[in-house]
Unconditional design. Structure first.
Length: 257
């Protein structure tokens, strides 16, 4: 049965992987955008999560809303609240929210905002599903690229990551959207848990950037929580695309060296 699906955050890392898969699945797709000039033939609709403008029309008659949009915590709670209010007024669409493993155990401002959004979803009265994932491969490479002007790359000492490929998260979301609301579904973790400095060295070798990587003992409660592994889910290492696979694939091509 064909469903009407609305995606927020369709131009982000995960959104760019998800939208083509939803189109391929045969669902009727809408992608929310704030910019009228981005409204294109593939069902894009104009609406602003920050103000609520246009959301009523965007959510009208939709069966599933996949909420990916984020402002790195700054406006996430208000945006999610506005989306929920519009969805409740429109009916009972299935609200799918993508979250992060460990947000209830890591003392990070962005994680606190994500947790608050989860609570809004859970209490909304809508049928809902929340999927928590580990960090994306792209985040590891972005952290390294952000330091390209420095003579060394720095990584937090004794911190490990379990990165997952956005294509695998996108595939899981397509399956979730095709089924009934399931509330908290099992976490989705990458296939390997690896040291942060090791991941940085692997990336730098892959792109031919020669520089040392220093493991730095950073202070703060959030780093202590990362060292404790609260952002990891080794029992749910269900991803198959390793960080090395990601770097060897087309997704790594064209990166700044």
């Amino acid at each position: 049965m064909t469903k009407q699906v609305l995606v927020t955050g369709g131009t982000g890392r995960l959104g760019r992987a998800l939208v083509p898969r939803l189109l391929d699945s045969g669902d009727d797709l809408r992608v929310l955008t704030r910019r009228e000039h981005e409204q294109v033939a593939h069902g894009w609709v104009v609406g602003d999560l920050r103000t609520g403008r246009g959301l009523a029309a965007a959510v009208a008659d939709v069966d599933v809303i996949i909420h990916l949009a984020t402002t790195n915590g700054r406006g996430d709670v208000a945006a999610t609240r506005n989306l929920i209010e519009a969805a409740e007024a429109a009916g009972q669409p299935h609200l799918v929210y993508v979250s992060i493993v460990g947000i209830d155990k890591v003392a990070l401002g962005y994680y606190r905002a994500k947790l608050a959004c989860e609570r809004l979803v859970e209490r909304s009265g809508l049928p809902w599903t929340i999927l928590r994932t580990t960090q994306f491969h792209d985040l590891i490479t972005a952290i390294c690229d952000a330091q390209r002007a420095l003579p060394v790359n720095m990584a937090p000492s004794k911190v490990r990551f379990q990165p997952i490929d956005v294509t695998e998260v996108a595939g899981r979301l397509v399956a979730i959207a095709d089924g009934p609301a399931a509330q908290r579904v099992p976490d989705l973790g990458g296939p390997e848990v690896r040291d942060a400095a090791e991941l940085a060295r692997t990336y730098l070798r892959a792109i031919g950037r020669r520089r040392p990587v220093w493991s730095v003992p950073l202070p703060g409660k959030a780093i202590r929580d990362y060292r404790a592994g609260h952002h990891l889910t080794p029992g749910r290492a269900v991803g198959r695309v390793t960080f090395d696979d990601f770097l060897a694939g087309d997704r790594a091509h064209g990166r700044s060296r």
